[in-house]
Design a protein around this ligand. Structure first.
Ligand SMILES: *Cc1c(COP(=O)(O)O)cnc(C)c1O
Length: 388
């Protein structure tokens, strides 16, 4: 064998995701896993039944159409109209993907040339850095800083160069829980139009906004033709294992993303697509109850973390709470998270790994609250043993 490293330079340093590492630690130690964001209760029984029915009736058991089954594309278009007044043609302006993860990858691979710059908020959702790298492009972080994690829009403007091709947005933002305000969205949209930038926006937590409602940037003037909106059924319907995601965008942008997508997975999740078509049409009560339930859980964990001694940054959306461990006299979130199962039987995620700037998130730790109330209460009781 040659001495050349097997993993290419683009992926160097992206060994394995922190979620895999911390979930393995939870399994090995029997700790309560408030690390990876997956619910410990499945989504609606009637939606699970719809998937079973589709399999039994032979719907989606063979390769579904490349862009997604028509029933789901229609339901996605209806959802965008119903919640945001956005009109998309199910035939050409909607693309079904293997979760939001594939949509992000396909968008980066389709839209970027090597050498292009992508501005994204840091802390980054971890697949962003990898997908930008796989496309041969360069990430340019805009650091969100505690305590409120608002983006500095003057700094954003200053980071745009002639090489900037796109802005990769995420609101509600994982891991900080920051939700972009209508004013911030307007300023970002104006900048995108002025500098002729594409916008790729990850909105998987669109139905978990605790104050007010979600505002898609695609609805703003001049944005429809330059925005790729990405969402997914995983978080909204508590079926993260089904991996049904989607893109809505102009015909030209969808065609570009589809070109990359068709050689990644080709198609995915046949029978689940039928079930998610039904899920998207659930009445408003489903969405309202889902959000109210998670808000209650947020408050439960928020109160508990404060009582345990953490500095808590209350999230405006998502199902994560970012905290700071400085009150415990500790500074290194990664070391803290590695030791936490041993110390008190809880697993969390160090936000420090989502930053390029080594100082910005060094002492931040993220907990998820998409767990049963009893599990959250148990975790809080364990965390109190830290004696903060
Ligand atoms: C969970 C998550 C995803 C991945 O969504 P899938 O549909 O499971 O692929 C993408 N972006 C963010 C911000 C997430 O939290």
């Amino acid at each position: 064998m040659s001495t050349r490293p097997l993993l290419n330079r683009r992926l160097n340093g992206m060994g394995s995701t922190i979620f895999a590492e911390m979930s393995a630690l939870a399994t090995a130690t029997g700790a309560i896993n408030l690390g990876q964001g997956f619910p410990d209760t499945d989504g609606p029984a009637e939606i699970a039944e719809a998937a079973v029915r589709a399999i039994r009736e032979g719907r989606g058991n063979q390769y579904p159409p490349g862009p997604g089954i028509p029933e789901l594309r229609t339901a996605i278009a209806e959802h965008q109209q119903r919640f945001y007044g956005l009109g998309y043609d199910p035939d050409g302006e909607v693309l079904v993907t293997a979760g939001a993860t594939e949509a992000i990858a396909a968008a980066m691979l389709a839209l970027l040339e090597p050498g292009d710059e992508v501005i994204a908020f840091e802390p980054f959702y971890d697949s962003y850095a990898a997908c930008i790298a796989m496309a041969g492009a360069t990430r340019v972080p805009l650091t969100l800083r505690a305590p409120d994690f608002r983006p500095d829009l003057d700094l954003l403007r200053a980071k745009v160069t002639p090489r900037t091709r796109l802005l990769l947005l995420n609101s509600p933002h994982n891991p900080t829980g920051m939700v972009l305000t209508p004013d911030e969205l307007t300023a970002i949209a104006e900048l995108a139009c002025e500098r002729d930038l594409l916008v790729v926006t990850d909105e998987v937590y669109e139905h978990l906004v605790f104050d007010g409602t979600h505002h898609p940037i695609a609805a703003l003037p001049g944005m429809r033709e330059r925005t790729v909106s990405i969402s997914s059924a995983g978080k909204t319907f508590s079926f993260t294992g089904w991996k049904v995601g989607w893109v809505t965008a102009s015909r030209e942008l969808v065609a570009a993303v589809r070109t990359a997508k068709q050689y990644l997975t080709y198609v995915s999740a046949g029978p689940f697509q039928y079930a998610i078509a039904e899920a998207l049409r659930l009445p408003d009560d489903y969405y309202a109850d889902f959000c109210a339930d998670l808000l209650r859980k947020r408050d439960l964990l928020d109160t508990g973390l404060r009582a345990a001694g953490f500095e808590v940054y209350e999230p405006q959306g998502t199902y994560f709470i970012t905290t700071d461990i400085t009150p415990f006299g500790e500074k290194d979130a990664y070391a803290f998270c590695r030791a936490l199962p041993e110390r008190c039987g809880v697993v969390a995620i160090p936000n420090s790994v989502f930053y390029d700037d080594p100082d910005a998130g060094r002492s931040q730790v993220r907990f998820t609250f998409c767990k049963q109330d009893a599990v959250l209460a148990d975790a809080v009781a364990r965390l109190e043993r830290l004696g903060g």
